[in-house]
Design a protein around this ligand. Structure first.
Ligand SMILES: Cc1ncc(COP(=O)(O)O)c(C=O)c1O
Length: 440
């Protein structure tokens, strides 16, 4: 996204020698706008700038040599925020690097975002976003539940710096959301509305359009950004910027990375909101490393293939679970009842049901553990979105730190097993789940 890769902005006001830059990208052919899957193979990288290497090399360097002193000054004006939009050249690997910038360009394509940033983890993306946008005395309004570490960050860590929060349940109606935002407005300056949809681990969807309308009605003057964690369905099956969100957050560790072999995060959105987050990232150094960025570039090439196959598998597996006598219910977005509010949100916001769902077994922790301990193909591990199927018990694992009463309110019960379906053969997976249920 930074100008140093854009030949059109090569004009150099300082007279410094411009770096060699890639040719303009091909974004359409014969009037046809290219789809993200096509663009993932080459967008934002010119092999001729790297000895003809088809794939980008990994740039393992801590710092970059300036063409001359004037260029160094100009680049630092971008890094320090004197000029918005980031540095227009490479400076120092805590600020930027070729692998990270190519990745940011490609990540932004999926969300049709103006700009994007990548981070060392999903949590460092969320923390950097919040540190950039929230100050002492402010109020954060958020949907619930949130990923447990995000709740900890808002409630316990930002709380230490005088930030308060109010939340509404993920499936809340527009009127219910409005009541919470009105209360928050009376409490202080609402500087961020933070959503997670589908929520981890319940899969409850948030009505982004309703939140956006409420924000405009009640907070039209200050217009705080709406940020949303899109880890469960994005970037393939949900594009929140189209529905009124300003910033989209990812744990790239999950579907985007997709092979359970890296940890990274991302934020996409409008330049106006990305700029302060980049400034914060430059200061605290939460950018992802070049090697991880390179691995993510490879992962994005197969994103649509992997997610589509996982989605098809999940549909078959959930159909098997649905009628099983040992299963109480299946929290799968493909099973939402027509006429319900959740189904309405799904139809407006999502183009696929994903491959991560909640399986509620008849019984409690004993039954969940017996099921998990009997699995032979699916691995007993937290995380999701990888090529392999994973299963875990959120109440006893990822959400163990959430107080019991809140867990009950949010539907994070002991009999809930969260499953993330991978790209294996669906019938093999069903055979595995069948034998594990027999062992319960
Ligand atoms: C919805 C959601 N958001 C954020 C995170 C945090 O991501 P990371 O583990 O990459 O820091 C997770 C991790 O499980 C998650 O599920």
């Amino acid at each position: 996204m930074t100008d140093h890769k854009n030949p059109e902005t090569e004009a150099d006001l300082t007279g410094a020698t411009p770096r060699r830059r890639p040719k303009a990208d091909v974004l359409e052919v014969g009037g046809r706008k290219l789809s993200p899957s096509t663009l993932m193979m080459g967008h934002a990288f010119d092999p001729m700038l790297s000895e003809g290497s088809l794939k980008p090399p990994i740039f393992l360097t801590s710092t970059f040599v300036f063409e001359n002193a004037a260029a160094g000054k100009r680049h630092f004006e971008g890094v320090t925020g004197k000029r918005p939009g980031g540095a227009d050249g490479l400076v120092y690997s805590r600020f930027n690097g070729p692998n990270q910038e190519i990745l940011e360009d490609r990540l932004g394509i999926w969300d049709e975002a103006e700009d994007a940033l990548v981070f060392s983890s999903g949590m460092s993306a969320i923390a950097t976003l919040m540190l950039a946008l929230v100050k002492p005395g402010d109020v954060i309004v958020h949907s619930a539940p949130l990923y447990a570490a995000t709740e900890t960050l808002i409630g316990r860590i930002l709380g230490r710096f005088g930030v308060t929060f109010l939340d509404f349940p993920a499936g809340a109606t527009e009127a219910e959301i409005e009541a919470v935002v009105a209360k928050a407005k009376a409490q202080g300056n609402v500087s961020l509305i933070y959503l997670e949809s589908p929520a981890n681990p319940t899969n409850a969807l948030v009505d982004i359009e309703a939140v956006s309308r409420v924000r405009d009605r009640l907070l039209g003057e200050s217009k705080p950004p709406i940020a949303i964690d899109n880890t469960f369905l994005g970037p393939l099956w949900q594009q929140p910027l189209r529905h009124g969100a300003d910033l989209v957050v990812y744990s790239l560790t999950k579907y985007a990375g997709g092979h359970s072999d890296l940890v990274a995060g991302g934020v996409t959105g409008a330049k106006a909101w990305i700029n302060p987050i980049r400034m914060m990232r430059n200061t605290i150094g939460t950018i992802c490393d070049p090697n991880t960025a390179w691995m993510l570039l490879r992962s994005l090439e197969t994103l649509e293939l992997r997610m589509s196959r996982a989605g098809e598998n999940a549909e078959k597996v959930c159909a098997f679970f649905r009628d099983h006598p040992k299963v109480e219910s299946v929290g799968y977005l493909g099973f939402l009842q027509d006429g319900t509010r959740q189904a309405d949100i799904y139809k407006r916001h999502c183009t696929g049901a994903g491959s991560t769902f909640s399986l509620y077994l008849k019984g409690g922790e004993r039954e969940s553990f017996a099921f998990l301990d009997s699995l032979k193909i699916a691995k007993l591990a937290v995380s999701l979105g990888g090529t392999e199927t994973l299963a875990s018990c959120p109440a006893a694992m990822t959400h163990l730190s959430v107080p019991d009463q809140r867990k009950q309110e949010l539907g994070i019960t002991d009999n809930l097993v969260r499953i993330s379906i991978g790209v294996e053969n669906a019938d093999d997976l069903i055979a595995d789940f069948d034998q594990a249920l027999k062992a319960v």
